[in-house]
Design a protein around this ligand. Structure first.
Ligand code: HPA
Length: 267
C-alpha cells in the first residue's frame, strides 16, 4: 500500500467519517446516476492528489462515500482507462484507497458490446471470467512476489451468487459470460470480434480487466457487470460510437441500479 493511499484515506475519513465501506463500486460510461443517490459526501478526484484525471465524457470523476440502502459504500464515479494515458495501472491509487479505508469488496460496472446471440443491447451480463486480449498487465513493474496473482476465481463466487439472487428477486435476467478486454480507444474490427468470439468471449470492452487484476493483487473480492450497449463490430448494422454507448447505457443502468440496491437491502 502506498503512503499516498494511506494519506488520502485519512483525508477522506476526516471529511466523510471513519466507517469502512462495505462495498466499493466503479461506475462505467453512462452509469453515473447511482452516485448521485448516495446519501453522503462527494469528493472531486481533483482534490485527491494522484487520482487519475478520468476525463472521458460520460464519467463523473468524484468519489462519493456514504449510505446506499443503509449500507456504507464508496462509489467511484469516474474511471481512468489504459487508453487515456498508456498506463495499465491508472486505477491503482483509487483501489488502494478503497483498501486503506477498510473496503473488502469491489463491484465494477462497464458498458460493453455483445458477441453473444442471446445477449442484446439493453441487457446486462455478469462477468464469470475474462480474456485479456490486450496483453497488457497493470502489475508490470511490480517487484514483489505478490505480483504473481492467481486469477482462477477472480470473480468472487459468493458475490456473484448474491448478485444473481438480487437479479432474480427483481425479475431481471442476469446471464453470466466472458468479457474480453480490448485496449481501445478505437473500437474493434469485425475480424477481431470474430477472433475473440472464437476464443470464447461473450462481450468486449475497454476497461475493468486491469482493475480486476489490481483488486485481486490488493486482496479485494470482486464482481463485475456489463451493460450491453451494442452488438460488437460486424454483428449488426448499427453504427458503433461513444455517443451511442452513452445513449444506450442508461437502458441497462436502470436495471443494474435495481439489482445493486436489492443486493444491499437483502445484505
Ligand atoms: N467495444 C468496446 N467497448 C465498448 C463497446 C464495444 O463494442 N461498446 C461499449 N463499450
Amino acid at each position: 500500500m502506498s503512503r499516498n493511499a494511506e494519506e488520502l484515506a485519512a483525508l477522506i475519513r476526516d471529511r466523510a467519517g471513519a466507517a469502512a465501506p462495505v462495498y466499493g463500486m466503479v461506475l462505467g460510461s453512462g452509469l453515473g446516476h447511482l452516485a448521485g443517490t448516495v446519501d453522503g459526501v462527494a469528493i472531486d478526484y481533483a482534490d485527491l492528489a494522484g487520482f487519475p484525471h478520468a476525463g472521458v465524457s460520460g464519467h463523473n470523476p468524484k468519489l462519493v462515500i456514504g449510505d446506499l440502502e443503509g449500507v456504507r459504500v464508496a462509489v467511484f464515479g469516474g474511471r481512468a482507462h489504459y487508453y487515456e494515458s498508456g498506463r495499465g495501472d491508472a486505477m491503482r491509487l483509487p483501489l488502494e484507497v478503497l483498501k486503506a479505508l477498510g473496503g473488502e469488496r469491489l463491484i465494477l460496472t462497464n458498458a460493453a458490446g455483445s458477441m453473444h446471440p442471446g445477449i442484446d443491447p439493453g441487457d446486462l451480463m455478469m462477468l464469470s471470467d475474462h480474456i485479456n486480449f490486450s496483453g497488457l498487465n497493470p502489475l508490470i513493474g511490480e517487484s514483489t512476489d505478490a505480483r504473481f496473482v492467481p486469477m482462477t476465481h477472480a470473480y468472487d463466487p459468493g458475490m456473484r451468487a448474491a448478485l444473481r439472487a438480487a437479479a432474480e428477486a427483481e425479475g431481471i435476467p442476469l446471464p453470466e459470460g466472458i468479457y474480453a478486454w480490448y485496449s481501445g480507444p478505437s473500437f474493434e474490427t469485425p475480424a477481431e470480434i470474430r477472433a475473440i468470439r472464437m476464443l470464447g468471449a461473450d462481450a468486449v470492452g475497454m476497461s475493468t480487466v486491469p482493475e480486476v487484476i489490481l483488486a485481486r493483487f490488493l486482496g479485494l473480492q470482486v464482481a463485475a457487470i456489463s451493460t450491453i450497449t451494442n452488438k460488437a463490430a460486424g454483428l449488426s448494422d448499427e453504427q458503433i460510437s461513444h455517443d451511442h454507448t452513452k445513449a444506450m447505457a442508461p437502458l441497462g443502468a436502470e436495471k443494474l441500479e435495481r439489482i445493486l440496491r436489492r443486493m444491499l437491502r437483502d445484505g
